[in-house]
Design a protein around this ligand. Structure first.
Ligand code: NDP
Length: 330
């Protein structure tokens, strides 16, 4: 089991000159308190990590901070009843990488209550290929199911299709038997999206203009990682009794729409939060990911880099130019 008192960590500091990001040598004593210590083997980059590293949005609320909202690794020390040295674990969210030191480091120390045991059928690299983006896509699928969506009800739209949440959502929905409509700004990724299981590709420009109160009914459900006018259009074009799971803001935080779809078509808007989701729901989501996510499709959407590359990748994920998911080897 790898364990070291000295390790590399990506550290964000803030001073008069603004935010600085640099690799530093850290020791266990530099980490924050916690009852479990983990040797990190893999991490990933999510949209929020891009915001943290670039400082484009104030997601980091404590300095110095090690970013990285996800990691997989092996427990090296534990005072928590559920974990012992040697256990394979996964961490998603809980403010890690924002208020508690995160995954872009050789070691992490945190509350054991935040960890889950790595599902037996998934490797550490596969768990990070899924990451918060994929686990959020699963939470969104669970929300659609909880509101009665089923393949026979009609097609499901996925916006931000070529991104991380979108790619995993398409793979999951198509395996579950849904006809998936993928909305993307990258027509060049049509073959990639069809390979993941999209039956139809639409241009995201179709959905980004000012929304009418009600539009033609086009989908029974949707998973939206874009927000703003796109989400308003998605809701306005949802079929009677359908459900839209809102999980992202790649276009914007606003929602300039009408209540008409809710009060005239009984449409449900389901909010998705991965960060503070209770442990029981996380375990359900990870169980379903282990059973319902096609591994060949997961591999097809994943690019692997050394964690040293993460600072270069941060502006790229914010620009929407990263396809699918990234695994970072720590
Ligand atoms: P990615 O950057 O991988 O994907 C976002 C995708 O959105 C892009 O690939 C692009 O897809 C599309 N997009 C980007 N900019 C715009 C724009 N201006 N207008 C319309 N579409 C755009 O990010 P993730 O998949 O990791 O995350 C997606 C969103 O979900 C983020 O906003 C993130 O913060 C949020 N999120 C929320 C979570 C939660 O707990 N609620 C957890 C995880 C993520 P394409 O090229 O196909 O058009």
């Amino acid at each position: 089991m790898p364990t070291s008192d000295r390790f590399k960590a990506l550290v964000i500091t803030k001073g008069d000159a603004g935010q600085q990001v640099a690799w530093s040598e850290y020791g266990l004593a530099d980490l924050m308190p916690g009852d479990v210590t983990v040797a990190v083997s893999h991490s990933t980059i999510n949209y929020k990590d891009g915001l943290a590293i670039t400082g484009k949005s104030p997601v980091v609320r404590r300095f110095p901070m090690i970013p990285g909202i996800d990691f997989a690794g092996t427990v090296t020390a534990s005072e928590h009843a559920e974990f012992k040295p040697g256990d394979a674990v996964v961490l998603n969210g809980w403010g890690v990488g924002e208020t508690h030191m995160g995954g872009y480091a050789g070691m992490a120390r945190l509350k054991g209550d935040w960890l889950i045991k790595r599902p037996a059928s998934l490797s550490a690299a596969e768990c990070m290929a899924i990451g918060t983006a994929g686990y959020t896509a699963m939470l969104a699928v669970l929300a659609l199911e909880a509101h009665g969506l089923a393949p026979e009800r009609g097609p499901v739209l996925v916006t931000g299709a070529a991104g991380g949440v979108g790619s995993v959502a398409i793979a999951l929905l198509s395996k579950l038997g849904y006809r998936v409509i993928a909305s993307t700004g990258r027509a060049s990724e049509s073959d990639y999206l069809k390979g993941l299981g999209a039956a139809e590709i639409i241009d995201r420009g179709d959905l980004s203009g000012t929304a009418r109160a009600l539009g033609k009914e086009r989908w029974a459900g949707a998973i939206d990682s874009v927000g703003s006018t796109t989400l308003a259009n998605v809701i306005a074009q949802t079929m009677y009794g359908g459900t839209v799971a809102a999980c992202g803001l790649a276009q914007g935080m606003d929602l300039p729409g009408s209540v008409a779809p809710f009060i005239l078509r009984g449409v449900t808007l389901a909010g998705i939060d991965s960060v503070m989701a209770p442990k029981a729901r996380r375990l359900v989501a990870w169980d379903r990911l282990a059973s319902d996510l096609d591994r060949a499709k997961l591999a097809a959407m994943t690019t692997t880099w050394s964690v040293a590359k993460v600072v270069e990748l941060a502006p790229q994920i914010l620009a929407g130019s990263i396809r699918g998911r990234v695994v970072l080897e720590v």
